[in-house]
Write a protein that binds this ligand. Structure first.
Ligand code: EPU
Length: 448
């Protein structure tokens, strides 16, 4: 017979396992000290392909994109396009993506995707031009700062759109075809230039975008739009003149190589006194970055399809000031803080684009770096070595900067939240391993 259970004033039994659920997560674990040597190939640019995918919305039918990187942001953007009614197929080994756009796409981009991918704001311009309205959830801030949309909105209003914010959505409408206008951007914003380009190619008459961004990714989208039948003059300059056309055709376009991936490898080679050849890269897109690396003492050979970076000794420190292209890219600023933290001498790093990018400095300090920030300046005093520690990646580029620091730190550096790094760097760990680094991805629980 079973004993009857005691009743009444029962004392609660302690749970057999902890009441706090275990969270299993990936980390990157790097044992520093290897000299990187070998050859890598840059993928197509993340910051271009996402916009090219949005640009496909401008024409009914099948657009093919090539050199599409295998990164999570492409998966999110593909999902967004599917929700807008497109049929999206991806051949990852072949690096191609086809987007079959219906005659009338849907016009709503919801928060669940927009919050994962800020670049989804780029569907605003093409949806407005194609559908007459666009409802795009407001992306909000992110880990690198507040990131306004005022220039996107002002520019679209100049073209005749009405834009309002309601229930967390940015709602843009037009009662007739958009009309060409002269738009002066307060700042050469990449996102605003792209949205205005995509809205104006189907507008009536001539649009001039002055103080436009000139990044290689802007040239890439202009080239794709031209191949769809758009008329754009001044490509690569800060004044873009667009003569609107009535319809555009689908196209087949190859994404420009990722200058930030190529630049990351170049800095890695210098920091580890290595010898790395980067293929599928345009040295001209990294002119100021490669010039700074030469100042550190590295040797750079430009090749027909890329460049080779060789370094033999501890780098010399270099000052940098981030600015819109062709200035020094903000997306390589954390990499140069990492480089300067082990360089000979002291350097001043000035960040002019994203106020919160220096948050990453706290993680560098955990690795033993001597960095002090004051507003948008960081003074980095080089040390002979860093020492491995657990650190957290707050965004893609901060994560890449920490990988570089981990490569030269003594002992083990564990990088938490490496999914940020995966967003921008396809097969990063495999390539690092092939070049001699001791780096693994492993799963840990938050009670390890
Ligand atoms: N800004 C405004 N108002 C606007 C637009 C921009 O105030 O209407 C401000 C932003 O807040 C920011 C600055 O202007 O301070 C630059 O913004 P921009 O529009 O040029 O940048 P973005 O389009 O939001 C893209 C890249 C970023 C890269 C910047 C600058 C993509 C998806 N993102 O952002 O890349 O840092 O240009 O080159 O293309 C990354 O890849 O890690 C990344 C953050």
């Amino acid at each position: 017979m079973l004993a009857s259970a005691p009743v009444g004033n029962r004392r609660a039994q302690p749970p057999a396992v902890s009441a706090i659920p275990l969270r299993i997560m990936d980390v990157f674990e790097i044992t520093g000290g290897a000299r990187l040597c070998g050859e890598v190939r840059a993928t197509g640019a993340k910051n271009s392909v996402l916009k090219l995918m949005a640009a496909a919305l401008l024409a009914t039918g099948v657009t093919t994109l090539r050199e599409v990187p295998d990164i999570l942001d492409v998966t999110y953007m593909a999902e967004l396009l599917r929700r807008l009614g497109c049929l999206v197929e991806r051949d990852i080994p072949a690096r191609t993506l086809t987007i079959d756009v219906p005659e009338v796409p849907s016009h709503q981009a919801d928060y669940d995707l927009v919050r994962k991918l800020r670049a989804s704001i780029n569907v605003l311009g093409p949806l407005l031009a194609r559908c007459g309205e666009a409802h795009v959830a407001l992306p909000g801030g992110d880990n690198i700062g507040s990131r306004g949309l005022d220039m996107h909105i002002d520019g679209l209003e100049r073209l005749g759109a009405t834009v309002r914010s309601e229930h967390g959505f940015l709602i843009a409408t037009r009662s007739a075809r958009l009309t060409g206008a002269h738009v002066w951007l307060d700042f050469p914003s990449v996102g605003a230039t792209e949205n205005l380009l995509m809205a104006s190619v189907l507008a009536e008459g001539i649009t001039v975008i002055d103080n436009a961004a000139r990044e290689p990714e802007i040239v890439d989208i202009c080239t794709m739009l031209q191949s769809m039948g758009a008329q754009i003059d001044g490509v690569g300059s800060s004044t873009l003149t667009i003569t609107g056309v009535e319809v555009l055709n689908p196209t087949d376009h190859t994404t420009v190589p990722d200058r930030l991936v190529a630049g990351t490898w170049a800095v890695a080679a210098v920091m580890t006194a290595g010898d790395v050849t980067i293929r599928n890269a345009h040295a001209a897109h990294l002119a100021i970055v490669l010039d700074k690396l030469t100042e550190t003492g590295a040797h750079i050979d430009v090749l027909p399809d890329g460049f080779r970076v060789q370094a033999e000794a501890r780098p010399r420190s270099v000052d940098i000031v981030t600015l819109p292209y062709p200035g020094f890219p903000t997306d390589l600023q954390p990499h140069f803080i990492a480089l300067n933290s082990i360089a000979e001498g002291a350097a001043m790093v000035t960040e002019n684009l994203f106020e919160a990018r220096f948050r990453f400095v706290n993680e560098m300090v955990r690795l033993g770096a001597d960095v002090r920030t004051d507003g948008h300046h960081a003074l980095v005093r080089g040390r002979e070595s860093l020492s491995g520690a657990p650190v957290e990646a707050a965004d893609i580029r901060a994560g890449a900067g920490l990988v570089l620091a981990g490569l030269v730190a003594s002992g083990t550096t564990t990088i938490y939240e490496p999914h940020h790094i995966d967003r921008g760097y396809e097969g990063f760990l495999d390539d690092l391993t092939r070049c001699g680094a001791a780096v693994i991805r492993r799963s840990v629980s938050d009670q390890d």
